[in-house]
Design a protein around this ligand. Structure first.
Ligand code: CDV
Length: 310
């Protein structure tokens, strides 16, 4: 029997330094309206969806840095998004920069249920980039400077008739992100990303950014038998270009929908969660086929200082 999970991914085009939160939220509400008109019951927005990708800028003044952070959620500026989503009966994933009451800074995402309640929170674990100033580089990637490493793990939430896991951007490059979700029975994994087209650390051919992005989504979705929704913020923000390629990937590993612009764009799939059940019962039946005790043998040999090569 089919188990429909109608999911939209709402890609964002550039957000410039001069754009206000209010203007950005109006764009998010418009994307929500289009998702609703296409039948979506859940929408995935990007990482740091309320501001420009500010880790590209070196800043020293903490007040200046904190202007990119949200001290609570919803804020006055984001309330219209929560209100409209509740009216439509749509849940969503939203990425933003979180400033806690204790003064900690995280790169965070939340799951908001169809009644407008916050059902889950994730704080980014795999922070990329550097913490020092690289004045010779064309731009900075200062996530290690502006954020603390997430301290709440990779969880899966039972909400909106599904089991949903969250991660953020660079987390999608690591197999353990999705395996930890898969081991908890995740049926859907969602993520937002800001992926600069150019690598400031080495002369990576630019086409590899999109190739690896899609390769990873497809492999993780299939190996963990889940639907995956990935939303980009993309295009040139004040001249700094980031890839698009927002996608919805099926547990078969196939791309069911993919954005074709670098602008605000909605893609939609009426995902059938039962398709994931099929893979979980057969090829990716973890209890039946996984042999962690054999991986343990290797870990023990490393611990005992034994050479691993024969
Ligand atoms: N925002 C990110 O986490 N970006 C990384 C870049 C730096 C490689 C990414 O994985 O897309």
């Amino acid at each position: 029997m089919k188990r429909p999970f109608p999911m939209a991914v709402a890609q964002l085009g550039p957000i410039h330094l001069s754009d206000t939160r209010e203007a950005v939220v109006r764009r998010l509400v418009e994307l929500l309206r289009e998702s609703h008109s296409r039948g979506a019951k859940f929408v995935v927005f990007p990482e740091l969806a309320l501001t420009t990708f500010f880790p590209r800028y070196w800043m020293e003044d903490q007040e200046e840095i904190d202007r990119f952070f949200e001290p609570s959620m919803p804020t006055a500026a984001t309330q219209p998004l929560f209100d409209q989503a509740r009216q439509y009966g749509i849940g969503f994933y939203l990425g933003y920069a979180e400033l806690t009451p204790a003064g900690e800074h995280f790169n965070t995402s939340i799951l908001v249920d169809r009644r407008g309640g916050i059902a889950g929170r994730y704080r980014k674990i795999h922070l990329p980039g550097h913490s020092d100033h690289k004045p010779q580089a064309p731009f900075q990637h200062l996530e290690k400077r502006y954020f603390k490493v997430g301290n709440e793990g990779f969880n899966v939430w039972r909400t909106m008739d599904s089991l949903i896991g969250m991660c953020i951007c660079n987390d999608r490059r690591w197999p353990e992100t999705f395996r930890v979700m898969g081991l908890q029975g995740a049926e859907v994994a969602v993520l937002g990303y800001n992926t600069p087209s150019h690598n400031i650390h080495w002369a990576e051919p630019p086409h590899l950014r999109m190739f690896h992005h899609l390769l990873l989504l497809q492999a993780h979705a299939h190996q963990n038998a889940l639907w995956l929704g990935a939303a980009a913020k993309c295009g040139a923000e004040d001249g700094f270009h980031m890839i698009g390629g927002s996608a919805i990937v099926s547990p078969t590993g196939e791309i069911a929908a993919q954005a074709c612009t670098e602008d605000d764009e909605v893609i939609f799939v009426n995902c059938d969660l039962a398709l994931g059940d099929t893979f979980r019962q057969h090829v990716f039946n973890f209890a039946m086929h996984r042999r962690p005790e054999h991986y343990r043998l290797i870990v023990d040999r490393v611990g005992a200082g034994e050479p691993l090569t024969k």
